[in-house]
Design a protein around this ligand. Structure first.
Ligand SMILES: NC(=O)C1=CN([C@@H]2O[C@H](COP(=O)(O)OP(=O)(O)OC[C@H]3O[C@@H](n4cnc5c(N)ncnc54)[C@H](OP(=O)(O)O)[C@@H]3O)[C@@H](O)[C@H]2O)C=CC1
Ligand SMILES: O=C(O)C1=N[C@H](C(=O)O)C[C@H](O)C1
Length: 251
């Protein structure tokens, strides 16, 4: 008799992408995890179920992630999703699929960086005290979506916190505006998206009130920064049936 625990069997979708490569390496190096499937564009999704993956990690693209998720849930495979593009409507759709498979766990996190999760928490806490807030997100130029998933999530958290505190709309007297000059507005919060070579993933939240500003900033200089969060989600998702949104509930 041995009480040694079997390693968790993990498959990675988007395995040849920037994040996928890093996730495969991290899973491979973790003693309690077994990398059993690496699937990318053009590969057969069934590689993951044939390999009896218990958890699938998805870092693909916003246009394919929903099909992947539905397939995993149908197969009864737990899923950790890092791919961006999750609107409220998409989250509702996922909840609908999970209703038919209540034993399956899904973690969808806009950002797996522990520092980024704290940045969002701090921003949520600060939101009620400031008249103005704007988000400036900066990413590498190969990112396909704008604004980033992290910026969208941050804006929603700030919107809810301002609403709960009864804050009025932000002061903004702009009447003469070139399109795009003031960024895009999400939940009443302006988001400015910068794309430039040399960047990885960065975000600043600028709060303003009479006579003072507060800047909360997070920088991912290397995709290794996301790996502790991804590994945590893999280990936790098997214990959490249903949908978990964001990494914060796992910390
Ligand atoms: N939550 C978080 O902490 C983080 C989230 N992200 C998000 O993760 C996603 C991926 O980012 P990144 O790795 O930089 O992007 P990449 O474009 O480098 O990687 C995506 C990979 O998915 C592949 N792919 C496309 N379609 C499929 C499919 N149907 N099945 C399997 N694989 C497929 C792509 O192949 P091909 O190139 O041939 O199309 C590519 O190899 C983005 O949405 C990004 O915003 C990124 C970093 C951190
Ligand atoms: O594409 C990226 O690189 C990143 N995407 C996520 C997002 O859209 O917020 C997370 C992080 O910002 C890196």
């Amino acid at each position: 008799m041995t009480d040694e625990v079997e390693p968790l069997r993990v498959g990675v979708l988007g395995a040849r992408g920037r994040m996928g490569i890093e996730v495969c390496r991290a899973v491979d190096q973790a003693g309690d995890l077994d990398l059993v499937a690496m699937v990318d564009q053009g590969d057969w999704l069934f590689n993951a179920s044939d390999a009896a993956a218990q958890v699938v990690v998805d870092f693909t693209t916003p246009d394919v992630v929903m099909d992947n998720l539905q397939w995993c849930i149908d197969q009864g495979i737990n899923v950790v999703v890092g791919t961006s593009g999750f609107t409220d409507a998409r989250l509702e759709q996922v909840k609908g699929w999970l209703a038919a498979k209540p034993e399956v766990g899904v973690v969808i996190a806009p950002n797996f960086g522990i520092g980024a999760v704290l940045m969002m928490e701090f921003a949520e806490r600060a939101a009620r005290y400031f008249d103005s807030v704007e988000i400036i997100e900066q990413h590498h130029p190969k990112k396909v979506d704008a604004p980033s998933g992290t910026a969208l999530h941050t804006a929603r958290l700030i919107e809810q916190a301002r609403k709960a505190a009864g804050k009025p709309a932000m002061p903004d007297a702009t009447t003469d505006e070139m399109p795009g000059a003031r960024g895009t507005e999400v939940g009443g919060v302006r988001i400015h998206s910068v794309r430039a070579a040399g960047l990885v993933a960065h975000q600043e939240i600028l709060f303003g009130a009479t006579g003072e500003t507060l800047t909360i900033r997070h920088d991912s200089f290397d995709r290794a920064s996301f790996m502790p969060g991804v590994l945590l989600a893999i280990r936790e998702v098997v214990k959490r049936p249903g949908l978990t949104l964001g990494l914060a509930p796992l910390l």
